[in-house]
Design a protein around this ligand. Structure first.
Ligand SMILES: O=C(NCCNC(=O)c1cc(-c2ccc(F)cc2)cc(O)c1O)c1cc(O)ncn1
Ligand SMILES: [Mg+2]
Length: 215
């Protein structure tokens, strides 16, 4: 096919959603992925859990690892108060290019910093480059084998402090066994599993919320 799946998702947003209306962007992507083509957005079911955690934490600074088309970026940013922002890292330049346009269509570009590059390369520079002290919320949704090493890197860089909430997608499907084992067995985290389903399917998946307790 000539166009990519992310490009078809953007087209669905441009056709069905209203500029400046984040909810219509979310609804357009969910409709497309449920009725036309499956895609790896967190989706509406797990997305509602993400919404409730964002509302509960009411974060000032959010880090999202794995932007893809910007669906969860829009879900998070639409709930942030003025002055709060989400920094979202995406390794794949084609995904990033689509995400920028989806975020722009939603009208939330002032609350989002999209950074292209590998999480492992960028995390050590976060403090210096973005003036971030520590993250209030981290949403992990990138390469599943990077969840654990990047969490340890965030700890080492002092970007996770007492009270920071980690929320991880796909802990069952595709699965992140080493990450789960770490946060569930570490005395420094309080972990809770929100059982749900893989986006747009009946397969089991869920989100793991882990609160850092400090050293
Ligand atoms: O693929 C890159 N990132 C997406 C990470 N996300 C996922 O892989 C992901 C996968 C699934 C999934 C589940 C079931 C299934 F049968 C197939 C896929 C679901 C999700 O909800 C995800 O979040 C990527 C590329 C690249 O070149 N560089 C850096 N990252
Ligand atoms: Mg995911």
């Amino acid at each position: 096919t000539r166009t990519s799946r992310p490009q078809r998702i953007l087209k669905a947003v441009q056709r069905k959603a209203t500029v400046g209306d984040p909810q219509s962007v979310i609804t357009a992507i969910d409709h497309f992925c449920r009725h036309r083509e499956w895609a790896m957005n967190v989706g509406d079911e797990k997305g509602s859990i993400l919404d409730s955690v964002v509302s509960e934490v009411s974060p000032v600074t959010v880090l999202e690892l794995g932007t893809y088309c910007g669906y969860s970026t829009v879900r998070i940013a639409r709930l942030l108060p003025p002055g709060a922002c989400v920094i979202t890292l995406e390794f794949n330049p084609d995904y990033a290019a689509i995400a920028r346009q989806v975020i722009q269509w939603s009208g939330l570009e002032d609350k989002v910093q999209l950074v292209e590059g590998a999480s492992g390369d960028w995390i050590p520079w976060m403090k210096e480059h973005f003036g971030v002290q520590a993250f209030d919320l981290v949403f992990l949704d990138h390469w599943k084998e990077r969840y654990l090493p990047d969490t340890k890197l965030l700890e080492e860089c002092g970007l996770i402090q007492k009270g920071t909430v980690l929320l991880a997608d796909n802990v069952i499907c595709p699965g992140t066994p080493d990450y789960l084992e770490y946060v569930r067995n570490s005395p420094r985290y309080n972990s809770h599993y929100y059982r749900s389903h893989l986006e747009y399917t009946k397969a089991e998946d869920g989100l793991e919320k882990s609160v850092f307790l400090g050293y």
